[in-house]
Ligand binder design. Structure first.
Ligand code: MLT
Length: 268
């Protein structure tokens, strides 16, 4: 079975693990879980070993106390624990979407030796504005009072481009409803307090892909292009007909771009 339960210092984490070969690690966005990568997990596990954890408080992973803060550092350190629990003490290819990209920024700072290449999807290197921070704390309060599903409708319109099929929206609602309210609240607080890592971009040493849906309104293409321009060994690609969830909205194009990038990395 590709789904495993792993024990780490702060509890149990559910991890998708399938395939053989070089290791690709997919880090999901907020407030979702490994299922948002379903089209990549299926495709890339034929040629690679594909790992996709449910972060603390999401999907099938254990949660935290109602008043906890899940910092990018905690998420990133947990990722190392998960890799070591899977005997993966080697550099891996890391692919992070949005929250996953914020975690990747922290991982790059603390654990650069564990990275073979990086893919920043629909994310940003900047920190929250004061207004955005306030909204995160409001989200934390609302979700603890009204439940995780209360976030589904609000997020739906923001995450996807227009004309997203109902089946995709329904899947997103299921993932959000399955996340624990305390996990959503703790990750919201952690994102509110995350650091800006723009100044680090010029120090990245591994091949990096920066990829974004052309209609992404949360991490707009212009901002992501600027981010890519600051990274020495980086490529920037816009995915057509997609918003913030480019791997889920246009998997054919996203997978082709990721495949080409991995080939380029392999060729050295
Ligand atoms: C995500 O997809 O992870 C979220 O949009 C991140 C955020 O709210 O900044």
């Amino acid at each position: 079975m590709p789904l495993k339960t792993i024990s780490i210092t702060n509890g149990q984490r559910q991890v998708f693990d399938e395939g053989e070969g070089e290791v690709l690690v997919f880090i999901h966005g907020f407030p979702l879980d490994h299922r948002m990568w379903q089209e990549q997990l299926k495709e890339f596990s034929r040629e690679y070993r594909v790992i996709a954890p449910d972060l603390c408080g999401f999907g099938g992973s254990e949660s935290v106390a109602d008043d906890a803060v899940l910092s990018m550092k905690q998420f990133s350190d947990e990722l190392v624990e998960i890799l070591l629990a899977l005997d993966l003490d080697i550099p891996v290819h890391l692919i992070g979407l949005s929250l996953g990209g914020y975690i990747l920024g922290q991982f790059q700072k603390d654990h650069a030796m564990r990275i073979a290449s990086m893919v920043f999807c629909d994310t940003k290197s900047t920190a929250d504005t004061e207004d955005a921070k306030e909204n995160r704390y409001k989200t934390a309060r609302v979700v603890l009072e009204a439940g995780s599903h209360s976030l589904a409708e609000v997020m739906g319109t923001k995450l996807f481009a227009l004309d997203t099929p109902e089946s995709t929206l329904e899947m997103m609602r299921t993932m959000i409803a399955d996340a624990s309210p305390a996990g959503i609240a703790a990750a919201s607080r952690g994102m509110a307090e995350r650091n800006d890592f723009t100044d680090q971009l010029g120090t990245f040493r591994v091949p990096t892909l920066v990829v974004v849906g052309e209609h992404d309104s949360i991490s707009p293409p212009d901002e992501m292009r600027e981010m890519s321009e600051k990274i020495p060994n980086s490529e920037f690609v816009e995915i057509a007909d997609a918003g913030h969830m480019s791997p889920l909205e246009n998997p054919q194009e996203f997978n082709a771009v990721l495949r080409a990038f991995l080939r380029w990395v392999e060729l050295g």
